[in-house]
Design a protein around this ligand. Structure first.
Ligand SMILES: Nc1ncnc2c1ncn2[C@@H]1O[C@H](COP(=O)(O)OP(=O)(O)OP(=O)(O)O)[C@@H](O)[C@H]1O
Ligand SMILES: [Mg+2]
Length: 326
């Protein structure tokens, strides 16, 4: 079986003239290498394709694959994560992970929260800020948390993201809107414990492969799982397996989210506890990082006895089952 690999490699975009910052969240060579090697160890033939424009070139000269292992997050537009899946749908080539609807929706954190809340899943009250004037409509209980509405990897999040007053809110919104003009998400701050749940499988067949608690080493009320924290995770945080009671509640919330959104094959749901002790949905990652060493999904999987090969094998099993290729 020939598996094409689509990915956004930092060095490919750097060669095209994109800056270090623009490409900061894209994959490094070692991540792709590990996925490719693992697929080969599982008995698949692999073929590296690259990003969406490489895919278009390859398709236009007639190349085809039995399945594509897709981890492209895309470069431009709110539909950027959906572009590769949408193109592959045109050619009826099956691929791993979620479809264009899920990947467009979940890149927009506010819209995702509306859908999730409609299913009764707890998530903090929020407002989308697209212009400074929108700050006047914020009628939420402080402290609040401000982040870009459509970014990942902790971009635009730091210790100033938590705000206590209208004045602080306006200062951070002004700054962030300049850098992220597509909009911000202002949410009520969740002061409690933080967890991330790893899920494999598709929709209602999704199953948890484990939960990890993010415990901040500095006991700082502003502790958040930002880009800096993640980059320095060995020093800044400890990862723990939480007690059964809270673990069960978080896993139930994560699986319900996975099911109602129809996410596929694998990913993570991020959760934090509110001031009443209830776990709340923060966001879902249907294209969770798959770096063997640095990414949360593999890290939490190892804590629960999985190895990297088993993660990739189960992602492939789920994708092949959907495509009728078992
Ligand atoms: N409402 C909130 N209350 C408290 N902390 C929050 C809230 N929203 C986000 N955070 C903190 O900020 C972190 C990053 O938020 P979020 O997961 O939405 O961003 P991201 O950039 O998409 O992250 P990822 O790296 O998982 O892609 C969370 O893990 C949490 O520590
Ligand atoms: Mg997150």
């Amino acid at each position: 079986m020939i598996i094409g690999l689509t990915y956004d490699l930092r060095s490919d975009y750097r060669k095209e003239g994109y800056s270090e910052e623009e490409t900061a969240e894209f994959d490094r060579e070692s991540t792709i290498e590990a996925i490719e090697l693992t697929l080969q160890q599982l008995g698949y033939q692999t073929d590296r394709i690259g990003h969406v424009r490489h895919l278009l070139q390859r398709l236009s000269v007639g190349d085809r694959w039995d399945m594509v292992f897709n981890i492209c997050e895309g470069m431009h537009g709110i539909g950027r994560e959906a572009q590769v899946p949408a193109v592959l749908d045109i050619y009826q080539i099956p691929y791993t992970f979620s479809d264009p609807l899920v990947l467009s929706l979940t890149l927009h954190k506010g819209m995702t929260k509306r859908v999730v809340r409609d299913y009764g899943i707890p998530t903090p009250g929020f407002v989308i800020i697209e212009r400074m004037e929108d700050c006047a409509s914020v009628d939420l209980q402080y402290p609040l948390f401000v982040k870009p509405n459509a970014e990942g990897t902790g971009k635009g999040i730091n210790s100033l993201s938590k705000v206590n007053t209208r004045e602080e809110l306006e200062i951070i919104c002004r700054d962030l809107l300049m850098r992220y003009p597509t909009g911000l998400l202002v949410e009520e701050f969740l002061p409690g414990r933080e967890f991330t749940v790893g899920i494999l499988g598709t929709g209602h067949e999704g199953y948890s492969i484990g939960i990890m608690e993010i415990v901040y080493k500095k006991d700082d009320a502003k502790s958040i799982y930002s880009y800096e924290t993640k980059s320095d995770y060995l020093k800044a945080v400890e990862y723990k397996i939480p007690d059964t009671e809270i673990a069960e509640k978080c896993i139930a919330l994560a699986l319900e989210t996975w099911k109602v959104l129809g996410c596929r094959d694998g990913g993570r749901v991020d959760i934090r506890v509110d001031r009443f002790g209830t776990p709340n949905f923060i966001e879902v990652n249907p294209l969770a990082g798959l770096d063997k060493v640095h990414s949360d999904l593999p890290i939490l999987a190892y804590m629960h006895g999985y190895d990297f090969e088993r993660i990739i094998a189960e992602i492939m099993h789920s994708a092949r089952k959907r495509a009728g290729l078992l």
